[in-house]
Design a protein around this ligand. Structure first.
Ligand SMILES: [Zn+2]
Length: 113
């Protein structure tokens, strides 16, 4: 599963952060996941349970901040959230290729002790 390797990478970063801070335990892990990242949040949660086993993040809570796609129309100087896969500006109906949000897949924050 795609999500398992992604989660393993994210968890590696988290564990490294925790280690630098001298933490004994990770309690909460927050991630930012964009709608275009191709990741299914439920699969990510499952992967989290699998990957954290035997680490200091075992039993930690995973919070996923799911970000919708946001495009920008240079004509109207407008940011908008497209309804479907065609990123059409709701005002001038021009197709936007300027994607400002939605590709994120990253660690947002950690709570450790
Ligand atoms: Zn427009």
């Amino acid at each position: 599963m795609h999500e398992v390797s992604l989660m393993a990478n994210t968890l590696d970063i988290a564990l490294e952060h925790a280690q630098t801070q001298g933490a004994q335990k990770i309690h909460l892990l927050k991630m930012r996941v964009g709608a275009l990242s191709g990741v299914v949040p439920e699969a990510l949660e499952f992967a989290f349970d699998v990957c954290t086993q035997g680490t200091i993040a075992e039993g930690a809570k995973l919070e996923i901040d799911y970000l919708p796609v946001t495009c920008y129309c240079a004509n109207c100087q407008l940011k908008f959230e497209p309804d479907d896969a065609i990123y059409e500006c709701p005002v001038c109906h021009q197709i936007s290729t300027d994607i400002r949000q939605g590709k994120e897949l990253e660690l947002a924050s950690l709570e450790v002790s």
